[in-house]
Design a protein around this ligand. Structure first.
Ligand SMILES: NC(=O)c1ccc[n+]([C@@H]2O[C@H](COP(=O)([O-])OP(=O)(O)OC[C@H]3O[C@@H](n4cnc5c(N)ncnc54)[C@H](O)[C@@H]3O)[C@@H](O)[C@H]2O)c1
Ligand SMILES: O=c1ccn([C@@H]2O[C@H](COP(=O)(O)OP(=O)(O)O[C@H]3O[C@H](CO)[C@@H](O)[C@H](O)[C@H]3O)[C@@H](O)[C@H]2O)c(=O)[nH]1
Length: 330
């Protein structure tokens, strides 16, 4: 049984590929390296450089490699970019996910794990937000992922096909063993940007909006360590194989931190003041999103190991220092 991991050279994908390899699973990665890195995965894992929209390539990989499951990370991930160029997001995230699902159905692949997002909730009325509230995304990015979830549910009703849609909240940190991390150039994620600002890779970090309806006026998010998220994928795949039932689950810790609390954690971990400026709200940003997490604990028996903001920041910072010496963006 071989697992096809799309987007496996990216941030979350590479952590999951390492986690699968650590457990002796056989993995094939399909990645077009638009934002991923070939060195981010274990050397023994097969990498096919190509696009998830390439039906011929998908048929060839699935039939020649004996694929029984797909974990689908490949996609475009920047919320404000999706506001500026929505059709690019619907193409890469929605249209091409449809192509990948069609290849799965055509070739009899019955297990499909999908990277969904807290962005499907928009500005939820209930916080922590459970999975079964009405979904009202506030960005094309969130809509592109919701449309994929809808296609997955319809496909599972029509075919021998089951899926896990994992709704990630804010993913941060890096492999505790230092084998991979978030390496994207020009990343927009708060903890990575703050670590870059600390190391002088950026001149400053700007707080986007101080007038939200939150305790300190800045956006609140549920930050989850990427290694715990990778483990959730391993468990979700086990769930699909063992129970043959689909699952939609939030992936977070169930508690929120504001932007200012995160920046304070970075200052605590580094022992240095950050160069902070204050600006307007960013396009497409929700005010506050925190996960309700009963379901993932109950269905997957998930036991997070790294639920601590300072630990997440520490691992992110250690990786950022490695990136400086690797000089990957030269
Ligand atoms: N990072 C987060 O906080 C977060 C939160 C929620 C959901 N997600 C979702 O998780 C998934 C992975 O995100 P990430 O942070 O690792 O991003 P990433 O940009 O590091 O990884 C995406 C990977 O997919 C590849 N890719 C993109 N389009 C492709 C295509 N058409 N064909 C083949 N490969 C393609 C890229 O080269 C890259 O390796 C995405 O689907 C994203 O929407 C991320
Ligand atoms: O330089 C920065 C970067 C971010 N923020 C704020 O920090 C918070 C978190 O922002 P960011 O780290 O960019 O994450 P989100 O915009 O919340 O989106 C992430 O988390 C979503 C799930 O909630 C995923 O779907 C997206 O892919 C992923 O980019 C938000 O309030 C931002 O406004 C700043 O103030 N300054």
């Amino acid at each position: 049984m071989t697992i096809l991991v799309t987007g496996g050279c990216g941030y979350i994908g590479s952590h999951t590929v390492w986690a699968l390899a650590d457990r002796g699973e056989t993995v094939v990665v399909l990645d077009n390296l638009s934002t991923g890195f070939d060195w981010a995965i274990p050397p023994e894992v097969t990498l096919v450089r190509g696009d998830i929209g390439d039906a011929t390539l998908l048929d060839r990989i699935i039939t020649t490699q004996g694929i029984d499951a797909i974990i689908h990370f490949a996609g475009s991930i920047i919320v404000p970019e999706s506001v500026v160029d929505p059709l690019a997001y619907y193409y890469n995230n929605t249209v091409k996910s449809r192509d990948l699902m069609a290849a799965a159905v055509r070739n009899g692949v019955e297990n499909f794990v999908f990277s969904s997002t807290a962005a499907v909730y928009g500005n939820p009325e209930v916080i922590p937000v459970p999975e079964d509230v009405p979904l009202r995304p506030v960005s094309p990015y969130g809509s592109s992922k919701l449309m994929t979830e809808i296609m997955l549910a319809d496909t599972a009703r029509a075919h021998d096909f089951r899926y896990a849609a994992l709704r990630y909240f804010n993913v941060a940190g890096a492999d505790p063993k230092g084998r991979t991390g978030q390496s994207t150039k020009g990343a927009t994620h708060l903890i990575k940007v703050a670590c870059e600002a600390h190391l002088g890779v950026r001149s400053e970090i700007q707080v986007f909006g101080t007038d939200y309806d939150t305790p300190d006026g800045t956006g609140v998010r549920d930050y989850i360590h990427v290694a715990d998220l990778a483990e959730a994928h391993v468990l979700a795949l086990g769930h699909l194989r063992a129970t043959e039932t689909s699952l939609v689950a939030n992936c977070g810790y169930g508690r929120g931190f504001s932007v200012l609390e995160v920046l304070a954690a970075v200052e605590r971990v580094t022992g240095a003041k950050l160069p902070v400026t204050y600006g307007p709200r960013r396009l497409g940003d929700a005010s506050s999103i925190v996960a309700r997490v009963d379901r993932i604990h109950e269905k997957l028996d998930w036991h997070p190991q790294w639920d601590d903001l300072d630990t997440i920041v520490g691992h992110a910072l250690a990786w950022e220092k490695q990136l400086l010496t690797k000089n990957v963006h030269r």
